[in-house]
Design a protein around this ligand. Structure first.
Ligand code: FES
Length: 110
């Protein structure tokens, strides 16, 4: 039996990339593996660089934990403007029973 797939849509400076995801995968890793431009992930996912800054679908954010203190601090350091739905992609995992997640990559976002 296969786990239900979550469809994650990344909007970025070059267009749209759509990937299938399973629970437990984080948004940064999904983006990097798919070659999404603008997600440099320089620290490798340890919430220490903010180069995976993304604007995440607010409906989805209601179903995941709030940023911890480390992520919150890094979001303040991000190059791009911080918005209410700003998150570090490496700190946001796909949770079960989610059909879709829409994400805008912060780098290059209008
Ligand atoms: S990859 Fe560095 S903060 Fe997410």
């Amino acid at each position: 039996m296969t786990a239900p797939v979550t469809v994650v849509t990344f909007e970025h400076r070059a267009g749209i990339t759509v990937v299938d995801a399973v629970p437990g995968q984080n948004l940064m890793t999904l983006a990097v593996r798919a070659g999404v431009p603008g997600v440099r992930a320089e620290c490798g996912g340890s919430a220490a660089c903010a180069t995976c800054h993304m604007y995440v679908d607010e409906d989805y954010l209601a179903s995941v934990a709030e940023p911890d203190a480390t992520e919150d601090e890094m979001l303040d350091e991000a190059w791009e403007p911080r918005r209410p739905n700003s998150r570090l992609g490496c700190q946001v995992e796909v949770v079960a029973d989610t059909a879709q997640i829409a994400v805008v990559v912060a780098e290059g976002a209008a």
